[in-house]
Design a binder for this molecule. Sequence first.
Ligand code: SF4
Ligand code: FES
Length: 196
Amino acid sequence: MVGLVKTPVLRLFSLNSPQPLMRKVYRGKDIEVSFDLDQCVHIGECLRGEPKVFQLRRRPWVLPDAGEADTVADVILRCPSGALQFRRLDGGPDEEHDGTTVTPVLNGPLLVVGRIEVQREDRTIEVLPRATLCRCGYSNHKPFCDNEHLKIGFKAPGWNSRSAKRTTPAGQTRESTRSRGRGTWSRSSASTSRRA
Ligand code: SF4
Ligand code: FES
């Protein structure tokens, strides 16, 4: 992954979220999963990654014990927005990052991984390990992406279809962010409803 910026910590101010975010906790035997719908960018990595654990039409939609803790943790690490987080209860490794990196998604948000401190209007601070930040300027949930870039057909400065087709040896497009080759960003139609 090629980061634009590497820094120990990224500090953000969120004027659109005066209240601390509402994070729901799903406790299993070996791992505890938490989820904040306000952070979710609905691209469905969780649903594809471990369908036994993350099932949209089931209540609760997260069942941590339905999968191996290592697999659940691995899937959550691929959640770009930080909506999903985990805490190991079995002594397994918790999420850790060496510094903080910022990487652009092709014609989409900036993906930040590391330590992100978000200060709300009421001066409370939430620390996120991952976040997707708006770079189209049209999000209604700034500084976070809320997928408005898809509606407006955002094209990043300097983007052109020829450069987008140039691939790395790993098969990723130049601006891609994810080890699984998600060079483009598409909202999952299966992941847009409210969850509990
Ligand atoms: S951002 Fe994607 S991976 Fe994360 S919770 Fe939402 S749908 Fe799942
Ligand atoms: S980049 Fe996604 S809403 Fe702006």
